[in-house]
Design a protein around this ligand. Structure first.
Ligand code: F6R
Length: 610
């Protein structure tokens, strides 16, 4: 995980690095550091803690430099401490790294035997020592880096500076994200675009095994292992810098929850024709003929994106009648899946960089399947390595807990299911138009759902001190119960479980007593009566029921202590509408418990380790 940034230009690099690191803090936030040139020497400042701690650490020093590197860490090897924080140094070589070096132990032992002295427990430090030892053997900076990386196994995005060649940054990438920002007379490297969005929207996305050499004059990119020059495309980013700011909201998570009407509108814009009753397949880079032949679909993802996959199964199977299997990516890659010829694997990933999802994606392609990536980050590894991509246009998601990315993933799955149903002729044009009409009303209905905010704050005030919480749902909303529970536990640290309501009597009902709040999802659908009975079961055992119900549903009144009503929509879109109050409830409970909502403990936004 971790975030890296580098700057070379005319301005003072220090505030640019600090600001960029704040934008990358979602990737890791247990320690941080910067490196910079001053009087042809490299200075390093690091500390345990967040970027604001690093800021206090250097306040008063009046540091000035036109070249520098920065790092925010999510500890993998060695605890969060000043010694383990990046940048790391060996001789005149100083670097920042995101990724994992798998053979670091063997390399470290060899280097130690040759007299190298290590000052940290990190895997990263071995890269420094390797480059340093090759430069001591007479290789120039770039060649020493190329040579060193021949021995390194694992994933890395690295920014390197060298005291012997000041005013140059080398950037290398393999299996961890790295982008280069091209400004006017200034250049940036970063793990993610928002880090430099205030300065430029022109971006080069580095590919695996490429090395960039960056000076004040420009950027030259070549293959890491044979030095062959590579010509790269410049991508123009359409996000505005304010999309990566809090814009007056107390937390990114709250801002991102409120951005959903806009995010969903952007995700559906231009992606279907109501008149022709068809999805614009070009937006999925898919062909109708391929869809017609499809007999089996696998949906693979992690965490919240896995919940989207579970909802996707209901959508695809019910609309298009094509069987689906849903897998957690870390399980899929090791379970030796049986993938019949001609299957499609849909990987769902906000970041496009989740290590387990990428490994599952690789495995699927190895087994002969085509891969569709539903992804939010343009140019991410998943998007580039897939056969086809559907970008959710939710804009950058900075809060660690995923909200708007989730509902736009569901929107993408809804469109995919309609496209497949059309190809399979399981829905008529009339039915498809009805589904589109409902989709067009979705942003407004999400806006309306957000108006439940004040009622949710009242409920949060009642329950924020509880120890446990149960979420119940059925059918297509069962994954939303899982999602509500995950959101609550990850940001408020309250133990929460999501259950298919019909499963209650097989065990979890034993947990129900006067202290157990139970949130039940009760949309007006064909199984409403079933969930109403489950609510009765809870109520009669003293549990406090909070119902999320469709507006005008009077049947829930006698069964719930608290009711949140949501606008009516069709069956397939209820998971989107019903996840809004659950995300808001988790948010307000966490705020009342004084938790760090945007950066929950032990988590990071982009899980690039296995
Ligand atoms: C929870 C959350 C995580 C992610 C998971 C997968 O709120 O955000 O569970 O959903 O780490 O991340 P992506 O979608 O980037 O692959």
């Amino acid at each position: 995980m971790c975030g890296i940034i580098g700057y070379i230009g005319k301005q003072n690099a220090i505030p640019i690095l600090i600001k960029g690191l704040k934008r990358l803090e979602y990737r890791g936030y247990d320690s941080a550091g910067i490196a910079f040139f001053m009087n042809n020497k490299i200075g390093v400042r690091r500390c345990a803690g967040k970027i604001k701690d690093l800021e206090s650490h250097i306040r008063g020093e009046r540091l000035k430099s036109i070249t520098g590197l920065g790092h925010t860490r999510w500890a993998t090897h060695g605890k969060p401490s000043e010694e383990n924080a990046h940048p790391h140094r060996a001789g005149g070589i100083v670097l920042v790294h995101n990724g994992i070096i798998e053979n670091y132990f063997e390399l470290k032992e060899e280097l130690k035997k040759k007299g190298h002295v290590f000052t940290s427990e990190t895997d990263t430090e071995v890269i420094c020592h390797l480059i340093h030892s090759y430069s001591q053997n007479g290789l120039n900076f770039e060649d020493a880096t190329r040579e060193a990386l021949k021995h390194v196994e694992g994933a890395y995005a690295i920014g390197i500076i060298n005291e012997k060649e000041p005013q140059k940054i080398l950037a290398v990438k393999k299996d961890s994200p790295l982008v280069i920002g091209l400004g006017k007379g200034e250049f940036f490297i970063a793990s993610d675009i928002p880090a430099f969005l205030n300065y430029t929207k022109d971006v080069i996305i580095l590919d695996n095994d490429e090395i960039a050499s960056i000076t004040h004059k420009g950027v030259s990119i070549s293959k890491l292992h044979n030095s062959k020059p590579v010509k790269k495309e410049i991508t123009k980013i359409t996000w505005s810098p304010s999309m990566a700011e809090k814009s007056g909201y107390r937390h990114f998570m709250l801002k991102e929850i409120h951005e959903q009407p806009r995010a969903i509108s952007d995700t559906i814009r231009g992606r279907f024709s109501l008149e022709r009753a068809e999805v614009n397949l070009g937006e999925f880079s898919l062909k109708e003929n391929d869809l017609k032949k499809l007999d089996k679909i696998f949906l693979v993802a992690c965490g919240t994106s896995w919940h989207a996959a579970l909802v996707g199964k209901y959508m695809i199977e019910e609309m298009a009648r094509v069987p689906c299997e849903v897998d957690i990516a870390s399980e899929f890659r090791y379970r030796k899946p049986l993938i019949p010829k001609g299957s499609l694997v849909i990987v769902i990933t906000q970041s496009g960089e989740t290590a387990d999802t990428l490994a599952a994606q690789k495995e699927s392609r190895k087994l002969g399947a085509k891969v569709l990536s539903i992804c939010n980050v343009v140019g991410s590894t998943s998007a580039r390595e897939a056969d086809s991509v559907f970008y959710t246009h939710s804009g950058p998601e900075i809060g660690v807990a995923s909200t708007k990315a989730f509902t736009t993933q569901l929107t993408g799955l809804y469109l995919f299911s309609i496209a497949l149903a059309k190809a399979k002729k399981t829905l008529s044009s009339h039915e498809i138009r009805e589904l589109f009409n409902e989709l067009l009303q979705l942003p407004e209905k999400v806006e309306k759902s957000l108006q439940s905010n004040n009622a949710i704050i009242k409920i949060a005030k009642q329950f924020f001190r509880v120890r446990d919480f149960l979420y119940l749902g059925r059918g297509i909303n069962y994954p939303i119960a899982l999602e509500g529970a995950l959101k609550l536990k990850e940001i408020s640290y309250i133990h929460a479980e999501g259950y298919p309501a019909g499963e209650m009597k097989h065990g979890p009902i034993a947990l129900i007593d006067n202290n157990m709040p139970v949130l039940a999802l009760a949309p007006d659908d064909n199984i409403l009566e079933k969930i109403l009975s489950n609510m009765e079961e809870v109520k009669s055992r003293g549990g406090k029921v909070i119902a999320v119900a469709t507006e005008d549903n009077t049947k829930v009144l006698s069964r719930a202590s608290y009711i949140l009503t949501m606008p009516k929509t069709n069956y397939y879109l209820t998971p989107i509408i019903f996840s809004i109050p659950l995300h808001l409830l988790a948010y307000h409970m966490a705020v009342l418990r004084k938790c760090n909502v945007d950066q929950p403990r032990n988590l990071a936004k982009s899980v690039t380790v296995e």
